[in-house]
Design a protein around this ligand. Structure first.
Ligand code: SF4
Ligand code: FES
Length: 359
């Protein structure tokens, strides 16, 4: 195994509390309760440890990071340490006063989610009246001259509004637009059949995205995340396990990727018990799939392994029960049939969504 480099970024999941009920939520089925969340003091220590370890970018997310009343204190600490501090938000709860305080404390960037192009569908997917808040939030961010990213998770129920979502992001004056086909982790896996886009939808999306990338070249960066079940090769998930990023969950569990709690065979560590640097460099969980030594065939001898790192460990575990298996999305995987069966089944009738937090 090569020398382990320091992480560049940390996803600080401050809370799992969220005002939205999105069916594509990738947070785990079992959410961390408010009582188990790290305290302000504990987060301040995590931030200091992260910077010491080499982290340069801190993304405060959740759930909804604005649900934490100490968000401005944590942003201030990250900025004071010299980190690029960003929030990933639904926009609900982002008032002018709150944003002014965050900006004063060194906030550098806002990522805002949108659910669809028009309000009726957007509110339906969010499970609450959220759409108008997002338009207001985008105006506020623009008013403070902060860079804005808009993120839209794409799925069967909103693919037909793709062109409208791009126009919406233009109206919001986004600097960057992430159009991300749903990845099936956590709650989203539960809704996979309802969320899975059809082949036709994906075929229609491609020229729309291509034309928008060309037309908006000078104004807005567009990133299109593929629907990987339909692809012949897997995504290079996390740019490799334990390679560049770490995630700290609301209760202090340190994760090599945001979905890693799904791998039940993995022993995860907590910043309440062990220093962050120790976990990054020496823990069993971070070293389990680092580099290439853990790979089995066909990845072990495949010429693509340095490009895609064998795909996604969480997806391998969720679909095969073995986190060291080749990602079944790969056409070279002996398990690709599992994905094909799912795709075939998904072309039929669309089941209703099971909304997050609404029973
Ligand atoms: Fe990637 Fe492994 Fe498939 Fe090769 S066999 S393309 S390394 S997932
Ligand atoms: Fe966990 Fe891909 S989502 S490794």
């Amino acid at each position: 195994m090569g020398v382990t480099a320091a992480p560049l970024g940390m996803l600080a999941e401050l809370t799992h509390r969220c005002p939205l009920h999105c069916p594509y939520c990738s947070n785990p089925l079992e959410l961390v309760t408010r009582e188990s969340e790290l305290s302000t003091e504990e987060w301040l220590s995590v931030l200091a440890q992260a910077r010491e370890l080499g982290v340069l970018q801190v993304h405060f997310s959740g759930g909804e990071p604005l649900a934490r009343s100490d968000l401005a204190t944590l942003v201030a600490k990250a900025a004071e340490l010299g980190c690029y501090a960003s929030i990933v938000t639904s926009g609900l709860g982002l008032t002018e006063r709150r944003l002014a305080e965050l900006v004063d404390n060194g906030l550098a960037h806002v990522q805002l989610s949108v659910q669809a192009a028009e309000p009726v569908l957007a509110n339906e997917i969010a499970g609450t009246k959220a759409h108008q808040h997002k338009l207001t939030a985008a105006e506020l961010v623009h008013g403070f001259e902060l860079p804005l990213s808009v993120n839209a998770v794409l799925h069967r129920a909103n693919h037909h509004q793709l062109a409208g979502i791009i126009e919406l992001a233009e109206r919001m004056r986004a600097d960057r637009l992430e159009l991300a086909n749903t990845q099936y982790y956590g709650w989203a896996l539960r809704n996979r059949d309802a969320l899975m886009p059809t082949r036709e939808q994906l075929a229609e999306a491609e020229p729309i995205v291509r034309a928008a990338v060309e037309r908006l070249r000078d104004r807005m960066q567009i990133v299109y995340v593929l629907s990987d079940y339909y692809e012949p090769y897997p995504k290079p998930c996390m740019s490799g396990w334990g390679a560049q990023q770490l995630t700290v969950a609301p209760d202090g569990t340190v994760l090599p990727c945001p979905a890693a709690t799904a791998i039940t065979t993995l022993t995860l560590e907590n910043v309440r018990d062990r220093p962050l640097a120790d976990i990054w460099y020496f823990s069993e969980s971070f070293n389990a799939y680092r580099g290439e030594d853990w790979m089995k065939g066909p990845c072990r001898t495949c010429e693509r392994r340095s490009k895609d790192f064998g795909g996604c460990r969480c997806q391998a575990f969720l679909l095969t029960g073995d986190a060291a298996a080749t990602d079944p999305v790969c056409t070279r995987s002996p398990d690709r049939g599992l994905v094909d069966v799912i795709l075939e089944a998904g072309q039929g009738e669309t089941p209703p969504f099971v909304m997050r937090g609404k029973r």
